[in-house]
Each structure stands twice: as C-alpha cells, then as structure tokens.
Design a protein around this ligand. Structure first.
Ligand code: DLL
Length: 433
C-alpha cells in the first residue's frame, strides 16, 4: 500500500513534469533578471538574456550560483522580494565561517511544508502518527521544517527539538511516539541509549524515522533499523533551497525522489562545470523553480551524487538521487590520496563498529598523518591488550584496502568521543589551522 501526499504531482507523467519545469523556468529566469541585479550581471557577463531561455533544454546556458556569490551578496543580495514580503528567515550555523541565510514568503513556506509532508507520507506517515521532531528548532531548517510538514500531514507534532536524551526517551515512551525525525547520528545515539536502558525494539513504540542533514551509509541504516525496530528513511535538503524536503525516500528505500515540480537537478563536473551525461557521478546542481523570496538558479551544492532515471516501483515519476556520497569540499586529500569520511564509515560499519568515530588529520614534518579513533560498543569492550591490538590491525587492513592509505587506528572506550545532538563532527583537520 503506497502513500502519497500529492499523487497528481508526485506521479504525474514525465512529459507533464517537463512541461511544468519549462514553464516555471522561463518565468523564474525573468523574475531573477528583473529583481536580482547580481544574477542579472552574471547573465550579462555570459551573454544570456531571458529570451534565450525557452525550456529546460536551455538551462545549461545560465550561469551557476556558488557559495561565493552568497557570501559576496550576504545577507540579502540574492533576494527577489523585499524583506517586507517575507515571513521567515533561516540560516546555517556558519561554524566554518560560511553562514548562509535563506528567506521565505508565505507562499515559499507553504510549498516547503508540502515538500516535507510528501516526505513524511512517502515514509508511511499519516495523521495517526505521533511525530517527535528532534532536529534543532531555531535558525536551522530541520526543526521548523519538519514541524510544518508534520502538521500538514496531521500528525500530532512533538516539538521537542534536539538534545536532552533522557527527555527524548521519556516523551517517546509516555506519548507512544511512532515517527522520529532527527539526524541519523542522533538516531543512532538514541538507539544506543535505549539499548543500554535494557529496552528491546519491541518495547519501543517507534515505527519509522526520517533522518537527514548529513551523510549516512546503508550500513548505518541497517544498524538504526535494528536497534530501534523501525524503517529508516533518508531526506535531503539545504538552507539555500528551503531546507529538508528537496528530495525524500519512498517505501523502496533506494534513492531519494527529487521534488521536480519545484527543483531541477543537474550533475556537473566539479572541476570544469560541464554538464555530465545521465547517470554520471558528479556535483549536484539545483535550480529553484517556484521560490519567490530567494530563487537560486543553478546553485552548486558541492554534494557529490548520481541521479537515477529508472521507474520506481512506488509509482512516483520523480527521478531519484542516490545518497550523497560526500561533499566535494569535505573531501580530504591525505598524502595525495582523496579520502571521503563516508568511506571510513563504511569500513568501520562492515567490521561491526556501529558507534562513534573521529578522523584526525595533521601534518608532522611535512607529512600528513591520519588517525582514526573508533569507539567500542559496551558489548565489545575489553581491556585485553592483545585482543585490542589484533582488532586495530584488522581495521587498519580494512581501511588500507578501501583508501589505499595507512591510518593509525585507536580503539577507545564506549562513549569516550563527544556526541553531537545535530550534525556529527567526524573530521578534525588540524592542517587548516
Ligand atoms: O541540513 C537541511 C536538512 C534538515 C536536511 C533536516 C534534511 C533534514 P543545511 O544545514 O543547509 O541544511 O545543510 C545542507 O547538508 O548540502 C548536504 O551536504 C548535507 N545533507 C543534507 N541532507 C543530507 C542527506 C540541512 N540526506 C547540507 N545526506 C547539504 C547527506 C545531507 N547529506
């Protein structure tokens, strides 16, 4: 039994979706040309005018928007509406010095919440669900984005926000929460904490979870599903394009349907900017077709991804993106080798280490060092040094096979690496300091 929130859109014929996209693109390009001087300048530099854009086929003619454009025009320079027309602003944390703000009219809020409602419904959520929103509320888009979507579906919405694990578990049990929304790393942590309290999956009322805002592997999905006794679905989005709900998983759990009536996705070569053929791996670029206040065209996300064009068994006709494989700017270059944190995570999970880990990179006497701290779970904890050395060696071998690099692996006691309630901090690169 498949669930849809807006079947007339989510399952529309491909030609219809393309027609919507072309019509909306033409309108949006004109809107941006008339209202966003920075982008108009970029178009003029490229020799493009709105008359050159007649359909989706002309998209490639438009200039990209990058984080640098957002910085240059911070905070309001890419807006197409005055602040007085807006009802909401969200922002990224800006811990890396790259704060981004996004603005919304009431219309933008409505469409964004529809996207999140589609995601909740695709994950099997209905008005009978009790939805605990454990993403952070506030400037981060996770909490309030899910809040809006959950209320649209008609779920009883629990706006608990992130953190305070004991309180999360108390509400979850007292209310009988059936749907949990938070980052995957926090879901794993909640699962671990409940296991320690002696709760088995059948004693946990949860049925499903929608987790996103950071990369997580299939191995991590299996682990969360087992500990919490749920089905775990992925959701993708970014502040620049509204927040959660740009793409969402359905019952097939094999890629995330892109809300193509609102966003056009492209895959480009991150080095040359060239659009790559269907099915290639590269940088994901989005064009926002319906946003009024902050309409970005061809926005470079820095996320490395692949698009899937095959028909989906769920009946939705929107194309799918695979789980993002990392960010082009998250990629570490260690002793000349490209390393994505997700590759390290896959090796650890394949070797049975579902808990926390941290990647530390430094440079000693002009040579990069790679140290990986891996937490043991309470069940695997031992103080037998011989056994620890054997396991560390085994992991070092596994990592060498995956990365082509030798890492120094240290197994550490359960819960000795600090937990994050939002996005996990997995990499500490001291070379940049
Ligand atoms: O993380 C919005 C969001 C909130 C998505 C809640 C899903 C759930 P930002 O803080 O602007 O927005 O971060 C956006 O996070 O470019 C990706 O690199 C990463 N990201 C988001 N979702 C996923 C995901 C929110 N499902 C950046 N898998 C994006 C992998 C993700 N990475």
């Amino acid at each position: 039994m498949e669930h849809y929130y807006q079947p007339e859109v989510e399952c529309a014929p491909r030609e219809q979706i393309r027609a919507w996209q072309s019509e909306r693109l033409v309108r949006q390009v004109r809107n941006v040309w008339e209202n966003v001087p920075h982008y108009r300048r970029k178009m003029e530099e490229k020799g493009v005018t709105p008359d050159d854009i007649k359909s989706v086929d002309d998209l490639y003619k438009l200039p990209f928007v990058t984080k640098a454009d957002l910085r240059e025009t911070y905070p309001c320079g890419m807006m197409a509406r005055p602040l007085t027309d807006c009802v909401r602003v969200h922002a990224t944390s800006g811990t890396t010095g790259k704060r981004v703000m996004g603005f919304y009219t009431q219309h933008d809020m409505d469409l964004w919440e529809d996207c999140v409602a589609r995601a909740i419904t695709a994950a099997g959520g209905t008005s009978a669900d009790i939805c605990q929103v454990a993403y952070g509320y506030g400037m981060f888009t996770g909490g309030l984005g899910f809040d809006g979507g959950s209320r649209k579906v008609g779920c009883l919405t629990v706006p608990i926000s992130s953190g305070n694990t004991d309180r999360q578990i108390t509400f979850l049990r007292d209310l009988g929460t059936t749907l949990l929304c938070c980052t995957p790393s926090y879901a794993a942590y909640l699962g671990e904490s409940m296991k320690e309290m002696g709760l088995t999956p059948d004693q946990i009322p949860l049925k499903r979870g929608i987790f996103g805002a950071e990369a997580w592997s299939e191995e991590m999905r299996r682990d969360i599903e087992e500990t919490l006794g749920i089905k775990a679905y992925d959701i993708y989005g970014l502040t620049e394009l509204s927040g959660p709900g740009v793409a969402y998983e359905c019952s097939e759990q094999s890629g995330l349907h892109i809300n193509e009536d609102h966003f056009i996705a492209e895959i480009i070569d991150p080095d040359t900017g060239e659009v790559l053929p269907d099915g290639s791996k590269g940088e994901l670029v989005f064009t926002a077709l319906t946003r009024e206040a902050f309409p970005l065209l061809r926005y470079r996300t820095r996320d490395i991804c692949q698009l899937k064009y095959e028909a989906c068994a769920c009946g939705r006709t929107f194309i799918k993106m695979c789980k993002p494989m990392g960010r082009s700017d998250d990629m570490l270059i260690i002793r000349g080798v490209n390393v994505f944190p997700s590759q390290v995570e896959t090796v650890l999970l394949n070797h049975g280490y579902p808990a926390n880990y941290q990647i530390l990179v430094d440079r000693v006497r002009n040579t990069d060092t790679l140290d990986i701290k891996v937490e043991m779970t309470p069940e695997m904890f031992t103080d037998n040094l011989g056994e620890i050395t054997r396991r560390q060696k085994e992991l070092t071998e596994g990592l060498r096979a995956m990365l082509g690099l030798t890492a120094k692996v240290t197994l550490v006691a359960p819960k000795s690496i600090a937990r994050s309630e939002g996005k996990a901090v997995r990499v500490i690169d001291k070379r940049k300091l």
